[in-house]
Design a protein around this ligand. Sequence first.
Ligand code: G16
Ligand code: MG
Length: 218
Amino acid sequence: SIKACLFDLDGVLVDTAKYHYLAWKRLAEELGFTFTEQDNEKLKGVSRMASLDILLSVGGLQFDNAKKYELAERKNNWYFESISKMDHTEILPGALNFLKACRENGLKTALGSASKNAMTILDNTGLTPYFDAIIDGTRTTNAKPDPEVFLLGAAALSVPPEQCIVFEDAEAGVEAAHRAGMSCVGIGSPATLGQAELVVSSLQEMTIERLKELSLAR
Ligand code: G16
Ligand code: MG
């Protein structure tokens, strides 16, 4: 039976994708090209440096590593300005209630995010106390679809992977969950998250009952 829920951050608990997008768009503009919202879809769940590589390929530009780190830092400074102003009103619908329900029902909770800024976001939105373990981009070396972030989460909770369920909005995250030996609930559209065991449009649709049905179906 299910003992733990592991949550992605961006796109599952909060909508920070819009702030990532504004910062990447600004960087692209400084470099002389346009970066659309559609281009931005490719960056979801992807690490900071890999995101920069995708952005530069859209602009048809190439730089050495030193310059790339400088550009990534410039973007991160703008992004950090936005997330510094976040508060609890930016928690996505249903997320807080579902986290509370998990804990009331004896399920452990962990964060499994690629972001190096996760602690700032969790603290500013007041979500930090709802997690038994927090694994973020400062703790991992391999980005999703590598299962590392979720395996570290399960280990931190002392729960075997097969008793964990992952909540993810990115295709690479669903793959990471499966490679970790975990089931996955996709948050978003079945068109992109079709590999997940269940897809819901937001955590508002998620209940402990549905979680139990999912674990029985395994
Ligand atoms: C998030 C976002 C990605 C972002 C990555 C790294 O991950 O989805 O778009 O590039 O983190 O973020 P940072 O630049 O803050 O380290 P997740 O795993 O929470 O969806
Ligand atoms: Mg995400």
